[in-house]
Design a protein around this ligand. Sequence first.
Ligand code: ATP
Ligand code: MG
Length: 587
Amino acid sequence: MSSSGVSDPAAPPSDSSSPVRQDFIRQVVREDLASGKHTAIRTRFPPEPNGYLHIGHAKAICLDFGIAAEFGGRCNLRFDDTNPEKEDLAFVRAIEDDVRWLGFDWAELRHASDYFEVYYLAAEKLIGQGDAYVCDLTAEQVREYRGTLTEPGRNSPFRDRSVEENLDLFRRMRAGEFADGTRTLRAKIDMASGNMNLRDPALYRIKKVAHQNTGDAWPIYPMYDFAHALGDAVEGITHSLCTLEFEDHRPLYDWVVDRVDLAGNPELLASLTARGLPNVAAKPRQIEFSRLNINYTVMSKRKLTQLVTEGLVDGWDDPRMYTLQGLRRRGYTPAALRLLVDRVGISKQNSVIDFSVLEGALRDDLDARAPRRMAVIDPVKLVLTNLPDGHAETLTFSNHPKDEAQGTREVPFSRQLWIEREDFAEVPPKGFKRLIPSGEVRLRGAGIVRCDEVIKDDSGVIVELRGTLDPESRPGMEGANRKIKGTIHWVSAAHAVAAEVRLFDRLFTVEKPDDESTGKTYREHLNPDSKRSVTGYVEPAAATAAPEQAFQFERLGYFVADRYDHSAAAPVFNRSVTLRDTWAAGT
Ligand code: ATP
Ligand code: MG
């Protein structure tokens, strides 16, 4: 992999023709290039491989990779793998897939664990400078000493150990001589600081746990703030973009970068070069932006994990999940997610985006690109009694009303059709413009039918409709354009393929499922009707679709052939999103 940037060949026009993005971070980048502060932009996306990516991560990915691509820079994918118990190689692979699926590629694939040796040397350097010490307080004591927001903390009794003693103890920590939790390496900053993160934060802890990348090599692991700041410095990251909750960590980030001072440290630099790491030392700058939040969802890896492990959904890629895997299976496209991120914009203002913005982005993308097909998901039979038994013909339909380049397809038509049950009403509600007894409706692209007879079973359920097709209204005939109020879709019963159609709704019934001030947890707000599966019929040209092919099923919504379960012989479609309700008028 050589350069970063949007690599999706199917990238929609919205990517290239959208106006130049003007958010405050891109403004900083422009200024830094204009002033000569940086000549090349380097960013990184730093997920912790402890779960699957969710739609919030899509915002960070589009920003990190997008900025690199727009300014001719490079973006690394860096796994922040400093918490070995919670991390897993399966997550690593899935995250790589998700980033590529969104249309991005990384300049280099990195792991915080690639730098464990560098971190260790940097820690020794801090000890040598009197900037770090080994502390024997227990976790509980550390909490007691830390103070509160209103009270300063107290110095640890181990704070004034000599450099020699600290070095000796730290080396023995590294050699595995001490038990988990018995000692930490702490930064010596300021126990009275108004910023709690600066009250001698831990830099290293003892944890005798095997690591997915480094195995048993390390009994000590660096803490996030230390590893992250230094990882950025090592990779020469110019703009380290993260979400607002890290704003309070920025002074510590800067402290680590300044005190370790890679550029002024020949020994560390040499060790980096020896490992083939970029010998660059542009001082990274952390910039925070607001998280993406969407209503009717939960959006933290922890809660998404719980939904899966507690069996509340059918796995990480359940189409109702807001993981990228789930959204993908639901039929969300990379272009729709990029469009969403563009529409939401980048700022420091925390806000909750309405679900309709997400669905709107998908509709706009699919409206422009998805081929049209006909499918009937709640079928009732309509027999055209004036056509001969065995009558069959082929009609030509355009694949997309606004995109001629998508060409045409053949749609079989015959004497017996499936139509939607709700497109017929024996006792029509006011304004009903579809089929009624003795009334007429247009069969999309085929002609006008009049309903002559309604056949019911013993319990009164309609089992068949019988009607007459007006021969003068057939395609090409003079009466083809005869004005008629409603148009309905249909499939030929003899040719259509039975399909499992999965209909989804919001997973939660309330806007803020994680608002626990109501005394309820998000589990109690699950929508019991968020998943329904029906058997419908699709025209042959839908059944033969490849998995993940999206369609607009006319008048029904946008659907996608299921990524895993769909086959031409046994089609399975997921409803991605409904259409806007404008069709309800019967057009
Ligand atoms: P979560 O808190 O949801 O479990 P996380 O922040 O722990 O996610 P990381 O793997 O640490 O997940 O995140 C990788 C990057 O994605 C970070 O830079 C983080 O700031 C960013 N990110 C995570 N959630 C969101 C979000 N909702 N909106 C925008 N960026 C996000
Ligand atoms: Mg995090």
